[in-house]
Design a protein around this ligand. Structure first.
Ligand code: AMP
Length: 173
């Protein structure tokens, strides 16, 4: 397990019974741990990136900081009804029901190199919906980058066509 794992707090039964919530606030508040997380994430993709798409809401924290490091633009993928201008939307499956993500139609130009960033990969449904939005706008996906991967949920299987990188993997709950 990566040294950074010690900064992540697991909170049982949040936000509902049975979920082992990976709390990254304990990592973010430590300047050295936050910086080392960004270093480790940035190392995984050395190629040029035009746009980082961060997934609401913790993907904004890592995606925003990484965008500055890559000298890339930052584009938020948001929950429905939050973005003010014209959007593309995409629905995805949750354990119970469905949810939706939106991105501004003019956020990505065809052919731009896009890196998708979130704090955590679980089932991969959220990330796969984000990838569909990026491709609908003509973006070329360089890969998907996560700080944490709950590997036992096999989210990668939902992202088979892409390069997926994560820094801290949990092999069991
Ligand atoms: P999924 O679509 O199943 O891959 O879920 C990924 C999204 O849900 C990410 O934005 C995560 O921040 C959040 N998430 C899912 N499971 C957890 C967990 N156990 N702890 C913290 N966040 C989680």
């Amino acid at each position: 397990m990566h040294d950074l794992a010690q900064y992540i707090r697991t909170v049982p039964d949040f936000p509902q019974k049975g979920i082992q919530f990976k709390d990254i606030t304990t990592l973010l508040k430590d300047p050295e741990a936050f910086r080392l997380s960004l270093d480790a994430m940035q190392e995984r993709f050395q190629e040029p990136v035009d746009v980082i798409v961060g997934i609401e809401s913790r993907g904004f924290i890592f995606g925003g900081a990484l965008a500055e490091r890559y000298r890339a633009g930052f584009v938020p993928a948001r929950k429905p009804g939050k973005l003010p201008a014209e959007v593309e939307s995409e629905a995805y499956e949750l354990e119970y029901g469905t949810d939706q993500l939106e991105i501004h139609k003019d956020a990505i130009q065809p052919g731009q190199a896009v890196l998708i960033v979130d704090d955590l990969l679980a089932t991969g449904g959220t990330a796969a919906a984000t990838a569909r939005l990026v491709e609908r706008l003509g973006g070329k996906i360089v890969g998907l980058l996560f700080l944490i991967e709950l590997a036992f949920l096999k989210g990668r299987e939902n992202l088979k066509n892409y390069r997926v990188e994560s820094i801290i993997q949990y092999s069991e709950e």
